[in-house]
Design a protein around this ligand. Structure first.
Ligand SMILES: Cc1ncc(COP(=O)(O)O)c(C=O)c1O
Length: 372
């Protein structure tokens, strides 16, 4: 959809693009300054698991934000959270191993699992239960072949988060299945609208820490998607295996990006709160328009920067096509394992976002196929 929107624009049509999954802010100024200074020096290869300064900054951040204490040997750095996840799957999956993925899911998980020889097992999670995996659904999905369960909160595309009790319920199931590992993708942890601290399964179930891989990075929180820095925090043996894969595919992520990531983690953090407030204003502005439509049922997301309305009727692909023709690009829910929904990113200027939402509401009123 993003590509088609770009093609329409290149042909001179006005299209509002609400497909993109990245912040529209510049990186913090002190991060850019650190990168500029570093780039003027000779920069060679780094250890495959990242420069020691970055691994230390990652574990200090974990201690500050989650109160969890880890060693440098339990941290590995890759080219974004995406590569860390891919490396972890490649390092651990045997052909036919199953990975439980709650749906709606980030579109990359199932493909990554398949590329690594595994079998994605998607578990639909209803909007009524906040798009989160219940202990019962997890217990039903586990088999002898289950290797991982993926938890992503706040979720892309749903924005859903898990409460302490919800995570405790999942942990209880996991205690009965000692060979199942947990991939906790926390890349949106800093973009949340509710009160209170973020809760990770690693805090709720410290007894499972050997089986949990926490994944995070600078992409979303610090608006540094293109810098390609993410990390995994897990048991030293797992981390060693992830690093072994990293060594033989791209050696390391860019040295200058690693230095910039240290500056991001160690610099002032007020920007994160300010940006959350901006996202919240945008979210509320979009909701105020979308919730007027009788064709959409739009849940208020707890985090991340997406709205994921359910279409009360109609096919998500056909509707996304019609919206694109009308001048607003969205992503059909089927891309995230949830047909009948649309994903809209609100990581965009509020006036443009409002215009896009008005196009959506007006178009849904007028789609001829709608009444079929
Ligand atoms: C849920 C989720 N995890 C991971 C990533 C990838 O992050 P990175 O840029 O650090 O590779 C994304 C990016 O869209 C995402 O939505």
């Amino acid at each position: 959809m993003a590509r088609r929107a770009a093609e329409y624009r290149a042909a001179g049509r006005r299209v509002i693009d609400l497909t993109l999954g990245e912040p529209d802010f510049a990186p913090p100024a002190h991060v850019v300054a650190a990168a500029q200074q570093a780039a003027a020096r000779p920069l060679g290869y780094t250890p495959a698991n990242g420069i020691p300064e970055l691994r230390r900054a990652v574990r200090q951040t974990l201690e500050r934000d989650r109160g969890l204490s880890r060693t440098d040997a339990e941290v590995t750095v890759g080219c974004g959270a995406k590569q860390v996840i891919f490396n972890a799957l490649l390092a651990t999956l045997r052909p036919g191993d199953e990975v439980i993925i709650p749906a709606p899911y980030w579109a990359s998980y199932p493909d990554m699992v398949r590329l690594c020889g595994g079998v994605p097992v998607t578990v639909p999670c209803a909007a009524e239960s906040g798009f989160t995996l219940s202990p019962g659904a997890l217990a039903d999905a586990v088999t002898d072949r289950t290797r991982w369960v993926v938890l992503n909160a706040p979720g892309n595309p749903s924005g859903a988060t898990y409460s302490h009790d919800a995570l405790a319920g999942l942990a209880e199931v996991l205690r009965r299945h000692p060979s199942v590992m947990v991939l906790s993708d926390e890349i949106y942890a800093h973009i949340r609208y509710g009160a209170g601290e973020y809760v990770s399964i690693a805090q709720v179930a410290p007894d499972l820490s050997e089986r949990i891989l926490l994944v995070d990075g600078v992409s979303k929180a610090y608006a540094m998607t293109g810098w390609r820095v993410g990390w995994g925090i897990g048991a030293a043996d797992l981390v060693r295996r992830i690093t072994a894969v990293q060594t033989q595919n791209c050696t390391q992520t860019a040295t200058v990006s690693q230095i910039a990531a240290v500056a991001a983690l160690q610099g002032p953090q007020d920007l994160l709160t300010e940006r959350c407030e901006t996202y919240r204003r945008r979210r509320d502005a979009a909701l105020a328009i979308l919730q007027q439509s009788r064709h959409l049922d739009t849940r208020v997301p707890d985090g991340a920067f997406y709205l994921f309305p359910r279409l009360t009727a109609g096919d998500d692909l056909a509707v996304a096509d019609a919206l694109l023709e009308a001048g607003c690009a969205t992503v059909p829910g089927r891309a995230f394992g949830a047909p009948g929904h649309l994903r809209l990113s609100f990581a965009t200027d509020v006036a443009i976002l409002e215009e896009g939402c008005r196009i959506i509401v007006a178009t849904l009123e007028g789609i001829p196929a709608w009444s079929r």
